[in-house]
Write a protein that binds this ligand. Structure first.
Ligand SMILES: Nc1ncnc2c1ncn2[C@@H]1O[C@H](COP(=O)(O)OP(=O)(O)OP(=O)(O)O)[C@@H](O)[C@H]1O
Length: 214
């Protein structure tokens, strides 16, 4: 569903990555500084590769040979970072609907009520992010990304700002998203536990190079 073959350089750091990602959850695992976030940013379209190709469901999103570069907002990927980055001035409901309201109605695959129920955030809909716990915020960030009906979810250490107790609380929600929505996910983490619990396949990164874990 996603394939990429990319070269990227920034200062001393070089990344050369080529892989095909199937449905399900693909964990991206590797030491700090190995290039995991850089790879996600390249796939999301937040960075441009020096050379390379990215395809999703047969669509060419990037092809440096023909100068093709589809911008992030036209890739239909959902992004969730370490700290959910909710809009502070909007209620949970407006945050959730942010992407949903910006896509064509025929592309919408999820509705507010079912996503809010899935993530157990129905009682929070009228609150602003400042009044949420860290775990609630991350659940809203996941809901917002899902309601955008992405063809792929890019998750960059979505649990790493949470304490152990909250991590254990949210992991089952991620598994629910995987099982009930079947949205493919690329999931960057430092945690073997999270990989073992969620991932169907694993890509390992080391100093900008990929390997496939046994
Ligand atoms: N904005 C930036 N400007 C310059 N160099 C950067 C920038 N962000 C990251 N780097 C460098 O690029 C390399 C890859 O970093 P990246 O953040 O992709 O690694 P990572 O595997 O995601 O690390 P971590 O697990 O610590 O988040 C590192 O050498 C890092 O120092």
């Amino acid at each position: 569903m996603l394939s990429f073959d990319l070269d990227f350089a920034r200062g001393d750091f070089t990344l050369a990555a080529r892989a095909e990602v199937d449905a399900g959850v693909t964990g991206v695992f590797g030491p700090s500084g190995s290039g995991k976030s850089t790879l996600l940013a390249l796939i999301a379209g937040l960075l441009r590769p020096g050379r390379g190709v990215i395809r999703a469901d047969g669509d060419v999103l990037v092809d440096t040979a023909s100068n093709r570069f589809v911008p992030p907002w036209d890739r239909h990927f959902g992004l969730v970072f370490q700290d959910g980055q909710l809009f502070p001035h909007l209620t949970v409901r407006r945050n959730l609907l942010y992407g949903h309201d910006r896509i064509a109605p025929q592309m919408r695959r999820h509705d507010l009520q079912s996503v809010a129920e899935l993530l157990e955030i129905v009682p929070l809909l009228d609150r602003r992010p400042a009044l949420l716990s860290g775990g609630e915020r991350q659940r809203v960030a996941l809901g917002r990304a899902l309601l955008y009906s992405p063809r792929l979810l890019l998750l960059d250490e979505p649990l790493s700002s949470l304490d152990e107790r909250l991590k254990q609380q949210i992991l089952p929600f991620l598994r629910r998203i995987k099982e009930e929505t079947r949205v493919p996910m690329l999931y960057v983490t430092h945690s073997r536990n999270e990989i073992d619990y969620l991932a169907d396949a694993v890509i390992t990164m080391d100093r900008g190079r990929l390997g496939v874990a046994p």
